[in-house]
Design a protein around this ligand. Sequence first.
Ligand code: ADP
Ligand code: MG
Length: 267
Amino acid sequence: MKQGKLLYAGKAKSVFHTDKKDTLIVEFRDDITAFDGGKKDTLKNKGSYNAGVSAFFFEHLEKHGVKTHFLEMLDNRRMAVRRLEMIPLEVIVRNVAAGSIVRNYPFKEGTKLDPPVIVIDFKDDTRHDPMLNDDLIVALKLATPAELKAMKKAALGINRLLSALLAKQGILLVDFKIEFGRQGKTIRLGDEISMDSMRLWDKKTKESLDKDVYRFNKGDVMATYNRVAGRITNAASLPAGTKKKPAAPKKGAASKRPAVAKPKAKK
Ligand code: ADP
Ligand code: MG
């Protein structure tokens, strides 16, 4: 497959055309941002960890009947995907209260949310991704009631599958954000599911294993991503086409990586 022109460069990934009309390439860059782009850095190898974990999850979900955009990994950071007409919604599933839900509502951090809470934000950086409700989504023609129902059902199914998978590795899936798109009449899961888009806590220690380490300067981001990617993919079962293990948890590997404890702000 030949990579063509750049279609879109987002905050952390670039999307390219290919010689096939319905296929795109998503490149996971090493850029990381938080707080609406207010905090920005480039962290070596970050893209490959997120690509590897995303591919691993997409394959797992497909195996269990979830329709995703994933086709194959082309190298450590480039993924061939089905071209979707993206729906500008951020579908967030929360199992435990943390992050914005604690800042904005009287939830105590760490409270279990059972049944899980789905929150849908408008993917619009200029408006700071405001929360929507079903009526607003339909009134804004972002999705039909049937599409909305399908996305919520898929989101809960994905939550069950990923929670169970992560639990086996001693990881609690606190919350995650997903994006869907249309391929004709079919709604598919698009974008990524990675340490940038999930909130993960170690079950025993409650230590953050995700982008919160970066957001709140909780430690060495890349050492965390390396370790957690290894735990999630279990090292042995990497997606086809991933030549180099993105995160084999070798002894001392984290300490040999470039120091990123004090990331240099780009701006
Ligand atoms: P953003 O800053 O907009 O979140 P990202 O850095 O996450 O951008 O880059 C990925 C972009 O590509 C997102 O806008 C996402 O909606 C879009 N995208 C993801 N998967 C697909 C797909 N299968 N087809 C078309 N666009 C996609
Ligand atoms: Mg994004």
